[in-house]
Ligand binder design. Structure first.
Ligand code: FES
Ligand code: FES
Length: 165
């Protein structure tokens, strides 16, 4: 069956099996492999994209359910320069293996679009649907705080490793 939607600002259509998940449409039909597959059960968040601006786990939707919708994947997040969350992950070393990173960034960007001054507990709540097996989350939270500062037009706090004790 035919599905037509907008992905990263481009109108696309594909002839797909009705059972195809959105994450597989992105990766296999459109070649957008930045969206990762971890669990395919809605648990890990590696597949998170934005649909009409909201973070959604793309393994929890059939591709056909995205008919007519506006999907943004990690490949479409930056607008010329890196998105502040992408810059934050770079500047604050918010990743190790990087497998969770695209989904983590999409969730964080969605959260900051609603609230650019989140508390630490609000950040934790905002990424609780995204699992990371290697960072211990500390630098991920710092990366999101960095992005929030940038989005408010403020200078981010110095990184931990530059703060003298
Ligand atoms: S692959 Fe979608 S939540 Fe894990
Ligand atoms: S950086 Fe390895 S899973 Fe998160």
């Amino acid at each position: 069956m035919e599905v037509s939607l907008t992905v990263n600002g481009q109108d696309v259509s594909a002839d797909i099996e009705p059972r195809m998940l959105l994450v597989h449409l992105l990766r296999e039909e459109l070649g957008l492999t930045g969206t990762h597959v971890g669990c395919e059960t809605g648990y890990c968040g590696a597949c998170t994209v934005h649909i009409d601006g909201q973070p959604v786990k793309s393994c929890t939707m059939l591709a056909i359910q995205a008919e007519g919708m506006n999907v943004t994947s990690i490949e479409g997040l930056k607008d010329g320069d890196l998105h502040p969350v992408q810059e934050g992950f770079w500047e604050r070393h918010g990743l190790q293996c990087g497998y969770c990173t695209p989904g983590m960034i999409m969730s964080a960007a969605g959260m900051l679009a609603q609230n650019d001054n989140p508390s630490e507990s609000e950040i934790k709540h905002g990424i609780e649907g995204n699992l990371c097996r290697c960072t211990g989350y500390h630098n991920i939270i710092k990366a999101i705080e960095y992005a929030a500062s940038k989005m408010r037009g403020e200078e981010p706090a110095a990184p931990d490793w530059e703060v003298s004790v």
